[in-house]
Design a protein around this ligand. Structure first.
Ligand code: ZN
Length: 283
């Protein structure tokens, strides 16, 4: 990451980073300066940078149009003090992804199409709301320290995997739209009766269990689009393969062993983002 980009990400009132311009590593120097008042956080932030090249900073404040969630005010918030646990969970996530993709790479001659570092990690807080927990754009993941999904290390790891998939989807020229759009549309058409989506009909096609309150599976929630189905599918791949690699057990009901659309979407995902590695076998 360029020194300019890193300093823009770290910028806050009263913080002067000009002295780091001529440092041997201006990014590391800027991180040290930005977290000098919070040594516990500094240690984690520098470790993330040294291991992955990712820079931990701030999401600019703004009012967000949250679609079906309504308007939401976001303010920059550093992951220090009482928010330090969030920073630790993000660090643990990146550590896990490093191991995970290293293990997959050993099984494939093809490069992994899923990039998880380096990233801009931009922290914020939502005002009087607990959504969105995170969002992602242009190799940046924005993370809400008030996010309702961030209940612990596992939840954060899975949210991060989902969000980072969106970045990769975009970097592949909106892959999900082209590759999975027709499959997604077929499922939605099959499960729509009288203009209404049927949740029981969608169940075997849903890669994740997350539901929208008063709606349906997150992967199929109207207004979300095929990108969310794809991100949930990528997460399902991660879950099933992580379990297999860690415990040698496969999930009792692998996603790809459901309706034929599942295997079709799964195979496309595996080929593009996971080096063709598929360790799941149907019973
Ligand atoms: Zn998403």
């Amino acid at each position: 990451m360029s020194a300019d980009a890193a300093q823009a990400l770290l910028a806050r009132e009263g913080l002067d980073l000009t002295a780091c311009r001529n440092a041997p590593d201006p990014v590391r120097c800027s991180l040290e300066a930005a977290y000098r008042d919070a040594p516990d956080a500094a240690e984690v932030v520098l470790s993330i940078y040294d291991r992955t090249g990712s820079v931990t900073g701030l999401e600019p404040g703004r009012v967000m149009d949250g679609g079906w969630r309504g308007e939401i005010t976001l303010v920059p918030e550093r992951p220090v003090g009482k928010h330090l646990r969030h920073l630790r969970w993000v660090a643990a996530s990146l550590e896990d992804f490093t191991w995970f993709f290293g293990a997959l790479q050993e099984l494939s001659a093809d490069p992994m199409g899923y990039r998880f570092a380096p990233l801009e990690l931009a922290f914020f807080r939502s005002v009087r709301r607990t959504t969105p927990s995170a969002y992602a754009v242009g190799w940046r993941v924005a993370y809400n320290v008030n996010g309702s999904l961030h209940r612990g290390e596992k939840a954060v790891r899975e949210t991060m995997f989902h969000e980072i998939f969106h970045l990769n989807d975009a970097a592949h020229g909106g892959w999900s739209e082209a590759a999975l759009g027709p499959i997604f549309d077929r499922i939605v058409a099959r499960c729509t009766t009288g203009g209404k989506l049927s949740t029981p009909c969608l169940r075997p096609y849903a890669p994740g269990t997350t539901m929208v309150r008063g709606g349906t599976f997150y992967a199929f929630q109207p207004g979300n689009g095929v990108g969310e189905y794809a991100a949930e599918l990528a997460l399902r791949y991660y879950r099933e393969h992580r379990q297999k690699l860690k415990t040698a057990r496969v999930s009792p009901r692998p996603f790809k062993c459901g309706p034929p659309e599942n295997a079709e979407a799964w195979d496309a995902m595996v080929a593009t983002f996971f080096g063709g590695v598929d360790l799941v076998a149907c019973p």
